[in-house]
Design a protein around this ligand. Structure first.
Ligand SMILES: [Fe+2]
Length: 449
């Protein structure tokens, strides 16, 4: 299907295009023409620049936006550390030694729903590498929330870009730059620093987040594929300007800064941007629109063919983070072992499942809202029953993954697991390795002369 048939209907309007220069005004004439910072911006608004890259970043990487708002973002009280009544972000290690680096293959049972917390308090760091202080690496979070954020609360992360992979429920996200409705099978990216508030119109939510501490996501190069396919640029949706007018009530601004949570007060809404233009904005994408490529002869290509978004390291072709999906697709390869091959990679692979059954793991242990981690050089591949089945299957064209969507956060970095991820969540499957590969039998026979 060229798009997901959503149960919940869309209610907002968007501007289409990845890394496109967008502009939007909630009141006609609110954007100054030609100039960015006129002596008196239209309608008495303040002009404010939001930079997502260094001013001097090369043009093809440069991401900045101009916001025209009722009051500048700087108008708030000093931040105070928010002693975590319930904030799980405070568990984020600020030093690498707090990660457990282990070579075992890991798999988690589905993470629990939790309807007692809101978005901010739902974030559990499960794995990661690097450090937001040095703007290196990434964090992987599990979220499970059941409450709207307070009606006068906004949140931002100074640490990185949130790539949110929703598994259950619906997110209604009011950002400074406009509103996004995110439903299962849609992902969204909220760049570093953008303030937002999350409400839950369909009740409890659950999912995964990759926080990218360095750079920003881009679309992968297409090489010989040509100018279309995989995720097409036109299918990424950015919000249109939307503002509230409130300069008299008390608001709390929450900041995730170096893995810690801080709070400040202000007496006006943060959602007062009447117009904006630029290249730095949140966006969403329907994974159902991904145009999947595969072999039409034999073997299958490397799974990089399923990359939706990538964040490159300083070495081109090597990603700090790739976001990869395994969508429903046809397998037609002749004389081919069709599931993923057995492999060990220099990259680490954190996988999750939005829904359905992942075609490489049919034993039932990899479930929606669960996860697995195959770290640098940790060996893995199909479980014994999948191998047995695929080795003997009739090789007619088959559609796999119908109704399913598995995904992977792949990284060149060695990904460590937090105390919460390894112990406190109590979801790690002790028998994963034995269950998957313990039953593999040797089939080797020496040739007889
Ligand atoms: Fe793998």
């Amino acid at each position: 299907m060229p798009s997901t048939q959503f149960v919940i209907k869309e209610k907002y309007r968007y501007q289409n295009g990845f890394n496109s220069y967008h502009e939007s005004e909630a009141i006609e004439g609110a954007l100054p023409i030609g100039t960015n910072s006129p002596q008196k911006p239209p309608y008495g608004l303040y002009a404010e620049k939001l930079s997502g890259t260094a001013f001097t970043a090369p043009r093809h990487e440069n991401q900045q936006s101009w916001l025209y708002r009722i009051l500048p973002a700087s108008n708030h009280s000093p931040f105070e550390p928010r002693e975590s009544s319930s904030s799980k972000t405070d568990q984020e290690p600020s030093a690498q030694e707090k990660f457990f680096q282990i070579p075992n293959q890991l798999r988690w049972d589905p993470f629990d729903m939790d309807d007692t917390v809101d978005w901010v308090n739902s974030l559990h760091l499960v794995a990661g590498a690097g450090d937001p202080v040095m703007k290196t690496g990434l964090g992987v979070f599990i979220f499970a929330a059941g409450k709207d954020m307070d009606s006068h609360e906004a949140f931002y992360s100074a640490d990185g870009d949130f790539l949110i992979v929703l598994q259950h429920g619906v997110l209604d996200i009011q950002t400074e730059l406009g509103r996004l409705l995110v439903r299962p099978n849609e992902i969204c990216v909220i760049p570093r620093g953008i303030r937002y508030r999350v409400t839950l119109p369909s009740g409890p939510v659950r999912g995964y987040i990759l926080e990218l501490y360095q750079g920003h996501f881009t679309l992968p190069e297409l090489g010989p594929i040509g100018s279309n396919c995989l995720a097409n640029a036109r299918d990424f949706q950015a919000p249109t300007a939307f503002f509230d007018e409130d300069t008299s009530s008390s608001w709390t601004l929450l900041s995730k800064f170096a893995g810690r949570l801080f709070a400040a007060k202000q007496n006006h809404t943060p959602f007062d941007v009447v117009a904006w233009h630029g290249l730095y904005y949140p966006y969403k994408y329907d994974l159902g629109r991904f145009n999947t490529i595969g072999s039409i002869s034999f073997d299958h290509p490397d799974p990089s063919i399923f990359t939706v978004l990538t964040a490159q390291s300083d070495h081109p072709g090597t990603a700090v983070a790739d976001f990869v999906i395994f969508p429903p697709r046809w397998l037609v390869g002749e004389d081919t072992f069709r599931p993923p091959w057995y492999h060990r990679n220099t990259m680490s692979e954190f996988m999750g499942l939005i829904g359905g059954q992942y075609d490489a793991k049919e034993g039932g242990g990899f479930q929606p809202a669960g996860a697995s981690l195959h770290n640098v050089m940790s060996a893995h591949g199909p479980d014994a029953s999948t191998h047995e089945k695929a080795s003997n299957a009739e090789l007619k064209p088959v559609k796999v993954g119908e109704g399913s969507m598995a995904f992977m956060f792949e990284s060149a970095l060695m990904v460590g697991v937090t105390e919460w991820g390894l112990k406190q969540c109590a979801k790690v499957q002790a028998d994963y390795s034995e269950h998957s590969w313990g039953a593999l039998k040797p089939h080797f026979k020496r040739p007889s002369n």
